[in-house]
Structure formats: structure tokens, C-alpha cells
Design a protein around this ligand. Structure first.
Ligand SMILES: C[S@@+](CC[C@H](N)C(=O)[O-])C[C@H]1O[C@@H](n2cnc3c(N)ncnc32)[C@H](O)[C@@H]1O
Length: 200
């Protein structure tokens, strides 16, 4: 399995935003929609071995955790608008008392960053950071859980949680890239490593 988490620093936690204003009124949910596209889509199919995670920390009801399970997701199209419609449903159908499947393969519930990491403690965590060790020097496991910021990096408290769970800091170089571009690169980089292993 491959997991990607992208923090949503100001992602709106009520569904009253306009789908034509995802970069404004929705609290930069455009970043999350693009990251989901990069995490899950191949040409003509979905990556069934990838799960995507985000936590929305915007007003009025944070934190809302959303998980997309690649193996179960259905009906979502790869364009940003369509992906955002499904994020909106995950927010609108959020249930305080119960982790809920809001549409096939998409779930929402109340979960903090620490709780999400604890729930996936069997994974190997990698914190994406320009200042980390070069990816070519880090062995990436087959059960990788990648953690990324959005327009802002993680807070010191969140980084401390990552460190507590043994996360390795991994760099794709000194240039700061968009979260969605980092995810696209990681998917291709790992696909190529897998292809190479199967030839050797
Ligand atoms: C748009 S960047 C965040 C802000 C960026 N650190 C800056 O100073 O402009 C989004 C996230 O992508 C990841 N990221 C961006 N560039 C990276 C790189 N060169 N190596 C590793 N991770 C990177 C980090 O997790 C970062 O929090």
C-alpha cells in the first residue's frame, strides 16, 4: 500500500462554499483536489493500491478527517471540480459520532493528526521536507505513508508527532514544489523502482 496525507490548513469544514471558488471561499481545497488527482489517477484507471488522507483545519468545525480508499472509490472523475464535489459531500455528511462512508470509498470523521498517525502506525512514515535526506539515499518501503504540507509546512507539534512515530524526513531537492507535484513525482519514482526490481 501507498498512503499520502496532505494537510489542509484552512480547508473549510462546512459545505457552504461555491464550487467555482475552491481556491478562495473553500479555503484552498483546490490544493487538496489536485493532490487527490495526483495520488490516485493513472491514464484511464485509478491506483487501487493508494489511499489518500487529509485533515481540514479551517472554520467552522475543525478538524474533519477525510480518507479516500483507492480500492473502493467509485464514480469520481479526475477533474478538480468533480473531485471537489465529493470532498464537499464528505464534509456535508460528516457525523460527529461516527466514522462515515459518505460516498463509495470516501470516509469522513472526527480525527486529529495524532489519531490518524496512531491508526496507521504499522506503516513506514516519510515526512516530505526540502531539508530532509535526498530521496535517492532513502529506501522507501512497500508500506509507505507520505506526509506533506499544503501552502504551509507542518507545525512543530505535528513534526514532533511524526518523529515520535519514526518518520524519516525526505527531500526531493532544495526547490519548494507544489504538494500535488511532489505526489506525482513520488508515484512515478516508486513505479519505476518497482519496474526495475521486477526486471532484476
Ligand atoms: C508548497 S510546499 C509548502 C511550502 C514550502 N515549504 C515553501 O517554503 O514554500 C508543500 C509541501 O510539499 C512538500 N515539498 C515541497 N517541496 C519539497 C521538496 N523539494 N522536497 C520535499 N518535500 C517538498 C512539503 O511537505 C511541503 O510542506
Amino acid at each position: 500500500m501507498r498512503h499520502f496525507y496532505v494537510k489542509s490548513t484552512i480547508g473549510k469544514t462546512c459545505g457552504d462554499f461555491n464550487l467555482n471558488d475552491t481556491a478562495g471561499g473553500a479555503g484552498r481545497l483546490d490544493i487538496i483536489a489536485r493532490s487527490i488527482n495526483s495520488a490516485l489517477w493513472l491514464s484511464h484507471s485509478l491506483r487501487r493500491d493508494v489511499n489518500f488522507h487529509t485533515i481540514l483545519f479551517g472554520e467552522p468545525n475543525p478538524p474533519i478527517y477525510i480518507e479516500i480508499v483507492g480500492d473502493k472509490v467509485r464514480k469520481v472523475q479526475p477533474d478538480e471540480r468533480n473531485i471537489t464535489i465529493f470532498i464537499k459531500k464528505a464534509i456535508e455528511r460528516f457525523n460527529e459520532g461516527r466514522f462515515t462512508q459518505t460516498t463509495p470509498g470516501i470516509y469522513s470523521g472526527r480525527r486529529t493528526f495524532d489519531e490518524m498517525i496512531e491508526k496507521h502506525k504499522d506503516c513506514d512514515f516519510y515526512l516530505l521536507s526540502e531539508g530532509g535526506a535526498d530521496i535517492s539515499d532513502v529506501g522507501i518501503s512497500d508500506n509507505a505513508f507520505f506526509i506533506l504540507g499544503d501552502k504551509e509546512d507542518l507545525t512543530a507539534e505535528e513534526i514532533a508527532v511524526c518523529e515520535k512515530y519514526g518518520a524519516k524526513k525526505v527531500s526531493l531537492g532544495k526547490v519548494p514544489y507544489l504538494s500535488s507535484h511532489c505526489i506525482g513525482f513520488l508515484n512515478v519514482y516508486l513505479d519505476r523502482a518497482t519496474e526495475k526490481k521486477s526486471v532484476d
